[in-house]
Design a protein around this ligand. Structure first.
Ligand SMILES: [Zn+2]
Length: 83
């Protein structure tokens, strides 16, 4: 699912209200917001991937200088995902 321009604006406003978003790897402050909503796969303790389980919708911030990727929970930033 792609993020809309409105949702990206909400994410930027929310992040800027909390802190200056500095890359922990290169200390630059130029980011690109990933186009798609992503989630991490759950895994069992035996090492297999769990499909269809609960997940946390996330946005990716990609550092324009070094490529570091930061993931942020959309709900915390004010973006609700509808089923
Ligand atoms: Zn960086």
């Amino acid at each position: 699912m792609s993020l809309t321009t409105n949702q990206k604006d909400t994410i930027i406003t929310s992040l800027n209200s909390k802190s200056k978003v500095v890359c922990p790897f290169c200390q630059q402050n130029q980011w690109t917001i990933g186009e798609e909503i992503v989630s991490a796969n759950s895994v069992s303790l035996a090492g297999s991937t769990v499909l269809g389980g609960p997940f946390i919708p996330m946005v990716q911030l990609i550092c324009n200088n070094c490529g570091f990727i930061s993931h942020h929970a959309l709900a915390v930033l004010g973006i609700k995902i509808k089923d």
